[in-house]
Design a protein around this ligand. Sequence first.
Ligand code: RNT
Ligand code: ZN
Length: 420
Amino acid sequence: MKIDRDIIQKSYENAKRVYALYGVDTDKAIEAAKRVRISLHCWQGDDVTGFEGKSVANQNVVTGNYPGRARNGNELRADIEKAFSFSPLAHKVNIHSFYAETKTGRGRNNYTAEDFKGWIDWAKEREYGLDFNTSFFAHPMMNDGMSLASPDKKTRDFWVEAGKAGREIAAEMGKAVGQVCVNDIWIPDGLKDNPIDRARFRGYLTESLDRILEKKLDRKQTVEVLEGKLFGIGTECFVVGSHEYYMLYAAQKGVGLCMDTGHYLPTETVTDKLSVVTQYIRDVLLHVSRGVRWDSDHVVVFDDMLTSLFIEAKRLNVLEKIYIGLDYFDASINRIGAWTVGLRATGKALVAALVEPTALLKKAEEAGNYTERLALSEEFKSLPFTAVWDQYCAAAGVPVGGEWIEDLRKYEADVTGKRK
Ligand code: RNT
Ligand code: ZN
């Protein structure tokens, strides 16, 4: 399938005139979209497996066995490039410490930037930004599913070392690529059943985080964000690093916060939290995910959750201030397809937010005219933002509409389908 570029152009010219009636400049909206970097999570490409080759329990639950998983850095990077070729967005790549390609036998607690040379050289050459996470999971040093909050001092010490090493790596990455590397700290630590002394575990976590974060690093190279969650499989009753825990720790200690859209009660939204945390916390990372009935990490799609989040960020004027990364893993479908669907859904939501005639909505609200606010909100939902998205894709030289699917099929036949 090939869509006539003339149709795309004409639709765009029409849409541009429609939006102008509401005071929106669509050319400017496309330029603004290019300034918002979207970080792609490398771990969708190999089902959160990493390259350390250890067969240990993984605290991230991934389901499916679709063929073609990337088995090493070169395959994973090639697959990421394929996904990027289907997206017009400004990209970063988000990696975990267990994607180190070490030649020195170093491990999780003493990796250095040298162990990520393959990633750094590649990102530099292609002008992608990089983001980082120390992997506090899938390792023999996990102790009853705990790391930084473990009651065992040796366990905590090991993971504090890993966290410190991770910060240095992130700083080196930021320096190398010339843009901030966001270092996300997420730990799975928690308990299946109810603890008696919750404060004891949280005390251990505070002590560990204080040790990790003690050294001041250059903010132009790296910033840290802390990611809480509500529950996990095996930690149904108690998660040490809850959202409130990290939100208050971050606000008090001047650290950043990560909010993952799958990590809250079903009726809670990150959309509503954004105006609070961006007011008190300088560095905010969004992990864009899709929880279905639970924190299931389904592929991100173009739905109300996604659009309302981007619209809120635009209304708050923080789209260029916050950091945005995708976070999901589906091993039951083509993994590059999974990445591409999420990237393109995110791009659509971004464009839909940027062309929203926000000024008119604000005006209605400020005048106390809530009928007009509601009426306009409804009308704006069906303005032709898709024509602006298509134009953004066409002008960037990436596929429009479903054009990319055939190319993906070819890549599967020639490359991923041949992997054993
Ligand atoms: C897990 C968190 C975390 C992970 C990645 C792999 O619930 O969302 O962000 O998904 O670090
Ligand atoms: Zn996350």
